[in-house]
Design a protein around this ligand. Structure first.
Ligand SMILES: NC(=O)c1ccc[n+]([C@@H]2O[C@H](COP(=O)([O-])OP(=O)(O)OC[C@H]3O[C@@H](n4cnc5c(N)ncnc54)[C@H](OP(=O)(O)O)[C@@H]3O)[C@@H](O)[C@H]2O)c1
Length: 263
C-alpha cells in the first residue's frame, strides 16, 4: 500500500521508535495520527508533521474502549494501524510489583489486541488496510530482567501470526516487526539499566549475535514493509535466525492448512 494521502495511526508516538515511524510515514505523504500520554511532545510532533494528536493512556481499558471509532470520527477511516506503544520493566521477576505487572500486560498485550480488534473490521469492510505490530526479538529469545516483557512480545508475535491466517485472501496486510536493541530510545536505556540484562546484551554483542539497531533505519524498513507488503521486519540481520526458527512451526501449520477455510 502506497502511503500518500493514507490515514496512518501510530501508538506510542510521543518519542522513540513511534516518533520515528510517524516522521517516516509523513515523509511519504501519509496523514498521521499520533497517540500517547504526553500531550506536549505529541502536539509538537503533530504540528511538525501536519498531523493529528490523540492524548490517551492505552493501559486504561476505559480509554481504549471505542478509541478507534473516535479517531475515525476525527480523521476518517484508518488505512494503517501501527501498534507501537509498549513498555518494559527493568528488573528481576521476583522484585516486580503487582501494579507494574498489570500495567505492562494491559499496554503490551491488551491494548494491542483491543485496538486491532476495533480497527480490523473496518479495514475488511472497506477492502483495504494494513496492520503493523511492533514486537521484538525478545518474543523469540529472552534474557533475565525482561521475562514479562519478552512474554508480552511472544504474545504479540504469536497472535499476529494467527490473525495473518485469518487474513489470507483478504486485502489487509500485516507486518510483524522484530528488532533487537534499538537506539536511541528510552527503552534501550531502561532495559540496560539492569546489570544482569546489560551483561546478556554485552555477551551477545561480543559473540557477534546482536548489534544495536538504529531507530530511524528501523522506521525506514518498517514503513518500506507497509508499502511493499512485507510480512516481517527483523533487525539486526545477524539475529534473524532466532525469529525464523520460532516462526517455523507456525509456517508449517499454515502450510498444513492449505485449503481449509480461515473465516
Ligand atoms: N527500544 C528497543 O530497544 C526496542 C526493541 C524491540 C522492540 N521495541 C518495541 O518498540 C516499541 C516502542 O519502543 P521505544 O523503544 O520507542 O520506547 P520508548 O522510547 O520508551 O517509547 C514508548 C512510547 O510508548 C508510549 N507509551 C508508554 N506507555 C503508554 C501508555 N500507557 N499509553 C499510551 N502510550 C504509551 C510512550 O509515550 P508516553 O510516555 O507519552 O505515553 C512512548 O511514546 C515498543 O513496543 C517496544 O517494545 C523496542
Amino acid at each position: 500500500m502506497q502511503l500518500g494521502d493514507r490515514n496512518v495511526v501510530i501508538t506510542g508516538a510521543s518519542r522513540g521508535i513511534g516518533a520515528a515511524l510517524a516522521r517516516e510515514c509523513a515523509a511519504r505523504g501519509a496523514r498521521v495520527t499520533v497517540v500517547a500520554r504526553s500531550a506536549g511532545p505529541l502536539a509538537d510532533l503533530a504540528t511538525e508533521l501536519g498531523g493529528h494528536a490523540v492524548t490517551a493512556d492505552l493501559a486504561d481499558a476505559s480509554v481504549t474502549a471505542g478509541l478507534i471509532a473516535r479517531i475515525e470520527d476525527e480523521v476518517g477511516p484508518i488505512d494503517v494501524l501501527i501498534n507501537n506503544a509498549g513498555i518494559d520493566l527493568a528488573g528481576g521477576f521476583a522484585e516486580l510489583s503487582g501494579e507494574d505487572l498489570e500495567r505492562l500486560i494491559r499496554l503490551n498485550v491488551l491494548a494491542v489486541s483491543e485496538l486491532t480488534r476495533q480497527a480490523l473490521p473496518g479495514m475488511i469492510a472497506r477492502g483495504g488496510g494494513h496492520l503493523v505490530m511492533i514486537s521484538s526479538l525478545a518474543g523469540s529469545g529472552t534474557f533475565p530482567g525482561i521475562a514479562v516483557y519478552a512474554g508480552t512480545k511472544a504474545y504479540v508475535t504469536h497472535m499476529s501470526e494467527g490473525i495473518r491466517l485469518e487474513l489470507k485472501g483478504l486485502p489487509v496486510g500485516l507486518t510483524v516487526v522484530e528488532p533487537g536493541l534499538v537506539r536511541p530510545t528510552d527503552m534501550a536505556d531502561s532495559v540496560t539499566s539492569y546489570a544482569p540484562t546489560a551483561a546478556c546484551f554485552a555477551r551477545f554483542n561480543r559473540l557477534g549475535l546482536l548489534a544495536d539497531v538504529d531507530r530511524d533505519t528501523l522506521a525506514h524498513h518498517a514503513v518500506n514493509a507497509i508499502e511493499q507488503g512485507k510480512s516481517h521486519v527483523r533487525y539486526p540481520k545477524r539475529a534473524r535466525l532466532f525469529p525464523q526458527l520460532t516462526n517455523a512451526p507456525r509456517r508449517m501449520v499454515a502450510l498444513c492448512l492449505a485449503g481449509v477455510p480461515r473465516r
